[in-house]
Design a protein around this ligand. Structure first.
Ligand SMILES: [Zn+2]
Ligand SMILES: [Zn+2]
Length: 224
């Protein structure tokens, strides 16, 4: 089992501006192209266009055993291979980067991403584990996430047995056109890579994945 968790964040740009900006998504803030780089990756998180703006901080509930998941959705994992990759897209289908998930779908990775790389939280977050992520966020920084709407993508909704229907993205007309396609397309693209990625050393893993995602963004500019 190799999980590809895709998060979609709402960006405020219109599609035309986004297409012009796609090429710079994998460049760092100095304008260096970090796409097909083969240097050793120092960290597991790679979001060149979204630098950290603050630290995550520590919260009272961190590490406490009493935190019961809000929704007990089904999941499984491979006993020895890496649990998976967390990727971030905006609603226009632009990939903003990725991160290695070392533990199975912990809301800590998406929480840390949202809390440390945005001055103001995105208006909408569509994610496989959105229900548990929402509870995790509100239990830590309710003021920061007060205006963010969380929804589960249509592809993974069937896993959420007994979940609140307020998280079903299909019920919101504004999410209808967006989410299913991006999550499905990304999952099917990355599936082609996963058997090779699973057996690579870290440097090759990062170089290969960066190059792949950089090229997916590049192809968007060619087709539009
Ligand atoms: Zn966008
Ligand atoms: Zn749920």
């Amino acid at each position: 089992m190799f999980v590809i968790a895709t998060m979609i964040i709402e960006c405020k740009e219109n599609f035309h501006t986004v297409i012009c900006k796609v090429k710079t998504t994998f460049e760092d803030h100095k304008g260096h192209d970090t796409g097909p780089s083969v240097g050793p990756a120092s960290r597991d998180a790679f979001y060149p266009a979204l630098p950290e703006v603050c630290r995550r901080g520590k919260y009272q509930l961190d590490g406490k055993k009493g935190e019961v998941p809000f929704c007990s959705k089904k999941h499984g994992r491979h006993p020895t291979l890496l649990p998976g990759i967390f990727t971030v897209f905006c609603q226009h289908g632009v990939c903003y980067g990725y991160q290695i998930m070392k533990s199975m779908e912990s809301p800590n990775i998406p929480f840390t991403f949202l809390r440390t790389r945005f001055e103001v939280a995105p208006e909408a977050v569509i994610y496989d584990n959105a229900c548990n992520l929402h509870a995790y966020c509100l239990n830590r920084d309710p003021a920061f996430f007060a205006r963010t709407q969380f929804a589960v993508d249509a592809l993974h909704w069937f896993n959420h047995i007994g979940c609140s229907m307020g998280y079903e993205s299909k019920l919101y007309p504004k999410f209808k056109s967006v989410n299913t396609q991006i999550v499905e397309q990304n999952n099917s693209k990355l599936k082609k890579l996963k058997s090779s990625l699973s057996h690579m050393i870290p440097q090759n893993f990062h170089a290969c994945l960066r190059f792949f995602l950089w090229n997916c963004n590049r192809e968007m500019t060619v087709h539009n």
